[in-house]
Design a protein around this ligand. Structure first.
Ligand SMILES: *[C@@H]1O[C@H](CO)[C@@H](O)[C@H](O)[C@H]1NC(C)=O
Ligand SMILES: *[C@@H]1O[C@H](CO)[C@@H](O)[C@H](O)[C@H]1NC(C)=O
Ligand SMILES: *[C@@H]1O[C@H](CO)[C@@H](O)[C@H](O)[C@H]1NC(C)=O
Length: 227
């Protein structure tokens, strides 16, 4: 009897772990593959200084969008996101992605506990499976949305839940993800980053591979490799 119960338990728990993760659609795969990179807008700073006709000023920002497996969310498509402004870490979050029936990609933000003396990009290649979060539930009212407008272009909004002054209505950033860049417009002058008339243009520096478990048996093509 006991062994029957045990085998039933094993069958139930095995099938649970096998089917719990949402299907990795071609759409989700494309978004995750295209976004997975480290980014910098360094070049833009140089143009800002030279082009007095525009007279735009951008902060120098580096960012990491790294797909990671997190023990706390074994059934989810998870990103580690880090942003540094002028060399100081400003944002460290875990973003959990899912897709709705209409192909719109939803992201829930979770704050990461910052280790004391954390240096920019320390987590670029670190094992983050047991990363500590501030809370086990996502920050409410901070959902991120992306949608595809071309085979290899996604647009979206990312809510600035880091902005302490607007917790009731966090201001959005407007994003465009292409094969070579991630462009972000700072929509609000109350956001931490300098407001500029022209978007921030972040070039991808290093690409990150997707966790092996995610692409097991998956046979999609990176939309950017076809160009
Ligand atoms: C994580 O994945 C599970 C299983 O697919 C799903 O029920 C849950 O809603 C996901 N969590 C988020 C925040 O998307
Ligand atoms: C970053 O540095 C620039 C130039 O020194 C300065 O104008 C800007 O206010 C700084 N931004 C932040 C968020 O500290
Ligand atoms: C993957 O797709 C390519 C191109 O459509 C095809 O040639 C190949 O046989 C597929 N591989 C598997 C394992 O399904």
């Amino acid at each position: 009897m006991t062994s029957l119960k045990l085998s039933l338990f094993l069958i139930v728990s095995c099938s649970y772990t096998t089917y719990a993760r949402e299907v990795f659609s071609e759409n989700l795969y494309s978004f995750i593959t295209m976004a997975s990179a480290s980014y910098t807008n360094k070049v833009q700073r140089i143009v800002d200084q030279l082009d007095v006709d525009v007279n735009d000023k951008h902060d120098v920002i580096t960012a990491i969008w790294r797909p990671v497996e997190i023990a706390a969310f074994p059934d989810n498509w998870t990103y580690y996101i880090e942003e540094s402004v002028n060399g100081t870490v400003h944002r460290m979050t875990i973003l959990i992605l899912s897709e709705d029936d209409y192909g719109i990609i939803h992201g829930q933000q979770y704050d990461v506990k910052r280790p004391i003396d954390y240096k920019p990009k320390q987590y670029e290649h670190a094992d983050l499976s047991n990363i500590a979060l501030e809370s086990s539930s996502p920050k409410s009212g901070c959902e991120v949305l992306f949608t595809r407008i071309e085979k290899d272009v996604f647009i979206g909004t990312y809510l600035d839940c880091e902005s302490k002054t607007h917790l009731n209505a966090p201001p959005p950033y407007s994003f465009t993800l292409t094969c070579n860049t991630m462009d972000a417009f700072v929509c609000s002058r109350s956001s931490f980053e300098l407001y500029s008339r022209l978007s921030y243009i972040f070039f991808k520096k290093e690409r990150y591979a997707l966790p092996a478990q995610w692409i097991e048996g998956v046979n999609y093509t990176d939309p950017c490799s076809l160009n």
